[in-house]
Design a protein around this ligand. Sequence first.
Ligand code: BGC
Length: 349
Amino acid sequence: MQMPFILALCLLAIGPRDAHSAPAQDCHAVSREACAIAHGLGRGINLGNMLDAPREGDWGVRLEPRFIELATRHFQTVRLPVRWSNHAAPTADARIDEAFARRVDGVVDALLARGVRVILNVHHYMQLTGGPLHPGEFAVDPAVLEERLVNLWRQIAWRHRDRPPQLLFELLNEPHGTLEGERWNRLAARLLAAVRASNPTRVVLIGPGDWSHPRALPALRLPPDAYLIVAIHSYDPFEFTHQGVTWRANPFPTGTRCCDEAQRAQVVQALDAALRWNRANGVPVHLGEFGAYRAGDLASRAAYARLVRDEAERRGIGWAWWEWASDFSGVYDPARKVWVEPLRRALLD
Ligand code: BGC
């Protein structure tokens, strides 16, 4: 009689162990609310290559209401990349084009109404990171580059200040190039201060340099703030995920498959590094991007998706696939109006 009772007590203490019960990350440096939001990010999708193109539609896909409807039925989090810098005055005040801001408002509200968490970011401010401009992107006086970003955030944050806490901000996608180390640390602190003026407790994501690879985490110096999550990205193994991409000067050859032991080890090492950093720093991490370019074979891409998803979930790290319906690695085929089944299964089954 006694054994089953004790057993029942133990099971209660441990809690149900189903596919969704992930280990918790260490949250000792953030508030309980930020910790809960981080743990609720779960499975996510990037509505990429839409509002982050120089102009919506430039990269072949517009953000359609049906995408919102369908994606939010299957993912708990939507990351919304937005190229604000190309829809704002070229001057230091960076006054945002009102029609564009309203377009983003509409998408954010439609997503929130569907009950998902939304990560709204600043994506592709190419000149700030020293990269060549994308076709259709305009240049500004280098003296106002950083000030513009501060003022973009001042406006974005003010505009969204009354939205629910399910809306998260991410200061900048993948700092890299000329925006590394101390320059990024200093700028991130200024951007956060601009946000905090109107949003004292909204959760904000900050990624490290080196395209937000976990290996750059040691150089990230976070401002003291209890409402932060750290954004990491992983495209390891890079020769596989970026084979044949058109924008590299020397494209990796195609034909690389995934995932053998060495490739698996790369995925695991990056996520382990992120988890070690979390344990030491007490700020939760989120895997905001991973994906494999369509030039790779579909079976390998699905195997990669499953591998990264499983390894992230095993570590209690929420994730977001790059991306929904565009030509990098869309999980949905907008022309045929069908899921790319092997990818859907790998991510969601
Ligand atoms: C960029 C995309 C790119 C992807 C994979 C993203 O952060 O915004 O343009 O396709 O990374 O390289």
